[in-house]
Ligand binder design. Structure first.
Ligand code: EPZ
Length: 423
């Protein structure tokens, strides 16, 4: 029986974080852009790709569909989907990562049919796909769904108007990709405006697509017959950047986060200034300086350009030690407070009422044995462990590795006492 190695992250109380750290490429741009690579019929080179478990899984999915995928170095991937020959994704790959559902739009428009197992829900919510399927049907596809799979087919998709009841990031991306080779024009109304949508649109246009309006709530896509190849560099990860910025605030440190698009950081920078941090923006870096008098704040998660739900857990860790009472309202996902119980094990004072949390700031936290319940919750526990008295042991860290490229190395570089240990 193969020994299953159990890794945990150990965090000891650390001095105020200081120094410079470079942000990796964005997970949530790399995954849709990898899926979009199924549309290209010539060489595609992707640079600044983060080294993540989720990226590895997406590369496996592409290979299972007939794409050639090769790592040129740790952060550069070459893809060629000329011989795409399979329209069905394997259950065991789909089941590992819900973002693999993003291959549905490209397969539908390139091959005329696609069958995918339904992406499971996850800890933070049911994660339905109704808006994705609404878009495919609007483009003329027949979509058949049973309890395990969804099958879609169409001889040639026809552009049309699609209204999204919620500005879903994944639905916007899937429909945009499907529309690139549909006949005529597609308009996505109430589209998601996240920076990762803009990066995907820029990449698709480099392949030869005709997309306008990404980053606004109305995206227009004129169908083309053929998409070629391109070289593209993935935008920096605004959520990893935000996580490192909160590290400076919570530890009362002084950190310069490099490789940042400062306009993507506006909600995070604004909230750090509101609680009393100094936040200085450079050309492609942001300096955050904490202090001893940080005050309670309120956040409400919203679709971009509102405060990002992916930064909610990290800010809640900060709030546990801000002077006064902070509040969090989570409007995007229905169950994104699993980190609350783990933070309470460390001495945090948090009350939850449905989608609202109230956090009473304490003088200090205490190290404890905790577990990462999802990707961003894990990051929040790392942040709490940096300031907690004693030792914090974080279990189930595979969640963290899905979305952060060597998080402990980045924090160690800033002076944190943090390391990974096999048990
Ligand atoms: C993307 O997920 C991100 N993942 C998530 O990041 C992020 O939290 C989320 O967008 C919101 O910003 C990737 O990009 C790979 P949604 P996605 O569709 O596309 C509802 C992380 O930590 N909805 O915008 O799945 C849904 O239930 C991850 O990096 C429908 O109702 O998010 C949710 O309540 C976590 N029907 C809301 O929309 C649909 O068809 C937002 O979901 C689709 C979504």
């Amino acid at each position: 029986m193969e020994e299953i190695c159990l890794e945990k992250i150990i965090v000891e109380k650390s001095p105020p974080l200081h120094g410079r750290v470079r942000v990796s490429g964005a997970k949530n741009a790399a995954l849709p852009i990898l899926a979009a690579s199924l549309l290209g019929t010539e060489d595609i080179i992707l640079e600044d790709v983060p080294n993540l478990k989720d990226v590895e899984i997406m590369c496996e999915v592409l290979k299972s569909l007939g794409s050639e995928v090769a790592y040129l170095d740790a952060n550069t991937i070459k893809i060629n989907s000329k011989n795409l020959n399979n329209y069905e994704t394997r259950y065991e790959l789909m089941n590992k990562m819900r973002a693999s559902f993003l291959v549905m739009g490209p397969l539908l428009t390139r091959l005329g049919k696609t069958r995918n197992s339904l992406p499971g829900g996850c800890a933070i919510g049911a994660r339905p796909i109704d808006l994705h399927l609404k878009g495919f049907r609007a483009l003329g596809a027949e979509v058949v769904q049973n309890e395990d799979n969804v099958f879609a087919y169409s001889d040639r998709l026809t552009g049309d108007m699609v209204y999204l009841d919620f500005p879903s990031v994944g639905a916007t991306e899937n429909i945009m990709m499907a529309a690139t080779m549909a006949q005529g024009e597609t308009i996505i109304d109430n589209a998601a405006m996240e920076p990762e949508i803009v990066d995907l649109s820029n990449f698709l246009n480099k392949l030869g697509a005709d997309i306008r309006g990404a980053g606004t709530s109305t995206i227009k896509i004129r169908g083309v017959k053929h998409l070629g190849g391109a070289k593209h560099s993935i935008i920096p990860d605004r959520i990893e950047a935000g996580t490192l910025m909160v590290g400076a605030a919570i530890s009362k440190g002084d950190v310069i986060v490099e490789n940042v698009i400062t306009s993507h950081m506006k909600p995070v920078s604004a909230k750090l200034r509101e609680c009393g941090c100094t936040v200085e923006e450079g050309i492609d870096s942001i300096r955050v300086i904490g202090n001893d008098h940080l005050k309670a704040i309120d956040i409400k998660t919203m679709p971009y350009p509102g405060f990002p739900t992916d930064m909610q857990a990290q800010f809640m860790a900060l709030m546990t030690v801000l002077e006064g009472t902070s509040t969090v309202i989570e409007t995007v996902f229905e169950n994104r407070f699993m980190h609350v119980e783990e933070l309470k094990k460390m001495g945090a004072d948090i009350q939850v009422e449905e989608r609202a949390a109230t956090i009473l700031g304490k003088d200090k936290l205490f190290g404890a044995e905790v577990k990462a319940t999802d990707l961003r919750a894990g990051a929040a526990l790392v942040l709490a462990g940096i300031i907690a008295e004693g030792t914090t042991i974080i279990d189930e860290i595979y969640h963290i590795d899905r979305g952060y490229d060597r998080i402990e190395e980045k924090f160690r570089k800033l002076g944190a006492n943090i390391y990974r240990k096999e048990f």
